[in-house]
Write a protein that binds this ligand. Structure first.
Ligand code: FE2
Ligand code: FE2
Length: 166
């Protein structure tokens, strides 16, 4: 690949794969989470992620390409890492904190991805594409913030439970 446009197509394909991987991982974590607020947060972002997949589909059509997934090793690693960490924790509240922290990592990864894609679309002078990507980026940022707040709160709750008399 030698052009900014080709690079952009590759990066969109990478993000398209990442979204699918994160969607599957969130569906799995939704079943494992016990805290009601965390569960709700995951449910909401599953719906947003389905939108992201659809909106990336629009980007592909603007690029006159068929939606294609290019293996995102970053997302693959983040998911594998998260699954491993969650599997290592037995206590429910502590596990919830690990789930929230793992999902926050995924969101921060997506923030970096979409920041780069927005820059790419703007560099190509394609404002409609930049707008769609900014909309996704805004949702990833809001969720990262929400999960970033939930993780320490759940961790604190887990610590309180540990020190409570049984
Ligand atoms: Fe997303
Ligand atoms: Fe996300």
């Amino acid at each position: 690949m030698d052009t900014t446009r080709e690079l952009f197509v590759e990066e969109v394909s990478d993000a398209y794969d990442a979204e699918h991987r994160f969607l599957t991982a969130m569906e799995e974590m939704q079943g494992k989470a016990e805290d009601a607020e965390l569960k709700k947060g995951i449910t909401d972002h599953i719906a947003q992620t389905q939108d992201h997949i659809e909106w990336l589909g629009e980007i592909f059509s603007r690029l006159e390409r068929k939606p294609t997934r290019k293996t995102c090793d970053g997302a693959k690693g983040i998911v594998a890492d998260g699954q491993k960490s969650v599997g290592e924790v037995g206590a429910a509240t502590l596990r919830d904190s690990v789930i929230a922290a793992g999902l926050a990592k995924a969101e921060h990864y997506e923030i970096a991805t979409y920041s780069a894609l927005v820059a790419g679309a703007e560099t190509m002078g394609n404002e409609p594409m930049a707008q769609v990507l900014k909309r996704i980026l805004g949702q990833e940022q809001a969720v990262a913030e929400r999960l970033g707040r939930a993780a320490p709160t759940l961790l604190k709750k887990a610590a309180d439970e540990e020190s409570a008399p049984r």
